[in-house]
Design a protein around this ligand. Structure first.
Ligand code: ARG
Length: 602
């Protein structure tokens, strides 16, 4: 597409940025490979008519272009067909050579992430951000999957990526949790499974607290004096505990820090299963109180916030004209007792990150339930006089996962979910005994397949759509699922094993032997990869990549009977193997870009 846009710019003098968006890949071979729709060109009004433009441009298109035939014209469309042999001869060697040297670089043909980082753009991707001691719920799973993918995407495009996990690790509930641990905690259980243990404590103390509140209310109603009961209530004790934490009481902080550290250790194990690492574990607790005090002062001085009953709030309807001001509502930035809020912390954290990293872009991967919160945040940064910084920030939102609702006591942690799915995959694998016996480490493979099931289901639709968590559907081999994608990858690997050719032999193939429609179709798809990649940088949707990979798997599976390896004469065998190997490389790179671990056998 880029090549065509360049050639057309050269012969017509029209800006490449006008031509490029009007070019698109076709869906089927008979309509050519790419098509240019003249009405999609944003040319100044009053010029020649669309059908004249295409006639004129087609006439100017060079006969001797290395990649494309002279275009066909019909009404106001121009269709471009690849010159078969040149396409095959240029795409396949490129992939066979560069796909390998770029290692895991998914972007193939773009920048190598191992190049020195000087001069690269800097991006912060904040994602996952669970709340310690609360379940890692579906929203965090989605943030983790999408954020992991976005990090890979920008890395592949040559950006310098910093991945930040902004933990929910501060607030009165952690005072309550520490209290719970003092009352009924178990040191050993905490070491062994901190996330579960902390969660159990959390549930237990919350239940007791609710009961206690009800009792006090009843006694109050009956006219009893409850002053003492209230002063000694769990709620009050938790508040005092948290107060000790904010006053930097060492003992109180030590307990909290232990919870936090142990939780991070466990998180890291889960993230490793998902091929994810973080460069920084930040969190609500890490925001500097001094910075927040300073920002509070600025907000008051600049008349952005105002006093309301001892608290500070921002009334956007007075600051931002029209509907937008109303829509932004009236968030609090400081409570009456002087404590900061979730929003206040985010303001401070954003500015601190900018000071620390001087980023060119920052992405927040957070559920769409927090759309308003992030709009408020970016607007406040702007009102504080940092429009330049606010403009660099982007909220990447996503919809809900349905069917995972957590009735009391049946909360599922991410780890449990992944284990259930892996068990299910293991069961399925066992059904095919012959194959099963050839798999070296079936447990590990089942684990990867389970994770792929969950991830592919998550990435199938657009981010903003809700979807229903459906274990049977996601683990099925029918349809465009994770196991099917892995199967397609493993199958192309097995063909290579059976053919027994070395990479050198494959690279020396005579590509011009690949003339069949099925072969050309696969090569056309391969040629689209760089374009799919740059499209994805625009959509920031995992589904853009996934849909492409499934197209590739379909093209492959319909080719195996036609483009046989076994029984073909050696030169043809070699050429077909080159085709399959190129597809294997692109498939594997695409899967790694999404955060999946491609399996070789299953
Ligand atoms: N911990 C938060 C939650 O679970 C998500 C944090 C999102 N990031 C942020 N900078 N506010 O809801």
């Amino acid at each position: 597409r880029a090549h065509l846009a360049n050639v057309l710019t050269e012969v017509t003098g029209v800006d490449k940025n006008i031509i490029y968006p009007a070019l698109s890949w076709t869906q089927s071979l008979d309509k050519g490979d790419l098509v240019l729709a003249a009405p999609a060109l944003r040319l100044p009004k009053g010029g020649p008519k669309p059908d004249q433009i295409v006639q004129d441009w087609a006439a100017k298109f060079p006969e001797n272009d290395p990649l494309f035939e002279k275009p066909h014209v019909h009404s106001y469309f121009m269709s471009f067909f690849f010159k078969g042999a040149p396409l095959v001869n240029s795409i396949l060697p490129t992939i066979l050579q560069k796909g390998k040297t770029f290692g895991t670089n998914p972007s193939l043909g773009l920048k190598d992430p191992k190049e020195p980082s000087a001069g690269r753009k800097k991006i912060i991707v904040e994602f996952s951000s669970p709340n310690i001691a609360k379940p890692f719920h579906a929203g965090h799973l989605r943030s983790t999957i999408i954020g992991g993918f976005l990090g890979n995407l920008y890395e592949g495009a040559g950006w310098d990526v910093t991945r930040i996990n902004y933990l929910g690790d501060w607030g009165k509930q952690y005072g309550l949790l520490a209290l719970a641990f003092e009352k009924f905690g178990d040191e050993k259980a905490l070491e062994q499974d901190p996330i579960n243990h902390l969660f159990q404590l959390y549930v237990r103390i919350n239940t007791e607290m609710t009961e206690e509140k009800e009792q006090i209310a009843k006694r109050k109603e009956a006219g009893e004096d409850v002053t003492e009961a209230e002063a000694n209530s769990l709620d009050e004790q938790a508040r005092r505990y948290f107060k000790k934490m904010t006053d930097r009481d060492e003992k109180a902080l030590a307990m909290w820090k232990k919870f936090r550290d142990l939780s991070i250790v466990r998180y890291k194990q889960t993230y490793a299963r998902l091929n994810i690492h973080f460069d920084e574990y930040s969190g609500e607790s890490q925001v500097s109180e001094a910075d927040m005090a300073d920002i509070g002062k600025q907000l008051e001085e600049k008349k952005i916030s105002k006093e309301d009953n001892g608290a500070q709030l921002i009334d956007f309807s007075e600051l931002v004209p029209g509907k937008e001001g109303k829509r932004l509502e009236k968030p609090l930035v400081r409570k009456r007792d002087g404590t900061a809020l979730y929003l206040t912390r985010d303001i401070s954290e954003l500015l601190a990150r900018h000071a620390k990293y001087n980023f060119d872009k920052m992405i927040y991967v957070v559920a769409s339930a927090q759309d308003l919160h992030l709009k408020q945040l970016f607007k406040i940064i702007e009102l504080l006089g940092h429009k330049d910084i606010a403009d660099k920030c982007q909220h990447i939102n996503f919809g809900l996962v349905l069917g995972m609702s957590t009735r009391k006591g049946t909360v599922k942690f991410l780890d449990d979910i992944l284990r259930d799915v892996a068990d299910k995959m293991h069961e399925t694998m066992r059904k095919n005994e012959d194959k099963y016996n050839q798999v070296e480490n079936p447990d590990a493979v089942a684990d990867v397949l389970g994770i792929s099931s969950v991830m592919v289901q998550d990435m199938t639709g657009k981010r903003i759509n809700n979807y229903t968590f459906n274990m049977d559907q996601m683990t099925s081999f029918e349809g465009d699922t994770g196991p099917y994608l892995q199967y397609a990858h493993a199958r192309v690997c097995s063909i290579k094993r059976k053919a027994g050719l070395s990479d050198e032999e494959i690279a020396s193939a005579d590509f011009s032997l690949l003339t069949e429609a099925h072969a050309v179709n696969i090569v056309r798809l391969l040629a689209q990869w760089p374009d799919v990649f740059s499209n994805t940088l625009r959509t920031l949707e995992p589904t853009t990549v996934l849909a492409y990979l499934f197209k590739m798997t379909h093209a492959l599976s319909s080719s195996y009977d036609v483009l046989r390896i076994m029984g073909s004469e050696p030169a043809v065998l070699k050429a077909r193997m080159a085709l399959y190997e190129a597809a294997h490389i692109v498939l594997g790179n695409g899967m790694r870009l999404l955060g999946l671990s491609p399996v070789e056998r299953m």
